[in-house]
Design a protein around this ligand. Structure first.
Ligand SMILES: CC(C)(COP(=O)(O)OP(=O)(O)OC[C@H]1O[C@@H](n2cnc3c(N)ncnc32)[C@H](O)[C@@H]1OP(=O)(O)O)[C@@H](O)C(=O)NCCC(=O)NCCS
Length: 178
């Protein structure tokens, strides 16, 4: 594994020719989040992802960035899209609130802790600000310790909790209440 000083890469906007690698990154990210290393992606899902990603590449308020090594290998990806929220309050008038949603973040295991994601985030934040979105939003699983450490170190603080329960657990609790 290269040292931080020796790890060379550029960060650029993703292109059509990157699509197969991006699908590979997304598949491995899904397996990583699910904690399940043995599943293989269905062919129809691979095709669907290719179509979705292709449409993202040409959208003005969406940006996929990749980090690329000097030999051409892609080391990681990150995605941001601008979310416009029409103001719902009388007093706010026609003001549209804009946030930037970050998703699909992946860095190849051998190149982690080398600043690759930090460099990609710089591009994503710049893109958000260019679109006048001054708030960045993302979700991560609490069990994903490296993600939690990364987001915390980069200034993100949890603002909500997604909770889940089996219906039978909730039924049991309800059964104990009058
Ligand atoms: C999360 C992830 C994208 C971070 O990418 P990265 O290129 O390694 O991140 P960076 O090198 O830019 O690290 C930035 C900072 O985050 C923190 N950090 C990153 N990984 C960490 C880890 N495993 N443990 C503790 N801190 C960590 C550190 O403060 C680090 O700065 P430092 O190395 O100077 O101390 C990468 O670990 C990854 O791809 N994980 C699997 C996919 C994933 O979980 N994606 C996020 C889903 S929400």
């Amino acid at each position: 594994m290269p040292s931080k000083a020796k790890c060379q890469f550029i960060v650029r906007k993703a292109e059509l020719s990157d699509l197969p690698v991006l699908v590979n990154f997304q598949t491995r990210l899904a397996l990583h989040v699910a904690g399940d290393p043995i599943n293989r992606l269905k062919e129809e899902e691979r095709e669907r992802l290719m179509i979705v990603l292709r449409s993202l590449l040409s959208s003005k308020d969406k940006r996929i960035v990749v980090a690329q090594a000097p030999n051409g290998d892609l080391l990681g990806m990150g995605y941001v899209h601008i979310f416009k929220d029409q103001g719902i309050w009388e007093q706010a008038g026609e003001v549209k609130l804009k946030s930037a949603i970050i998703d699909d973040v992946w860095v190849e295991p051998d190149f982690r802790r080398l600043g690759v994601f930090t460099a990609m985030l710089r591009e994503l934040v710049t893109f958000a600000e260019k679109h006048k979105a001054y708030e960045l939003i993302l979700e991560y699983a609490t069990a994903n310790k490296e993600a939690a450490a990364t987001w915390t170190s980069l200034g993100f603080v949890p603002t909500g909790v997604r909770a889940s329960a089996f219906t039978e657990v909730v039924q049991e609790k309800l059964g104990k209440r009058r």
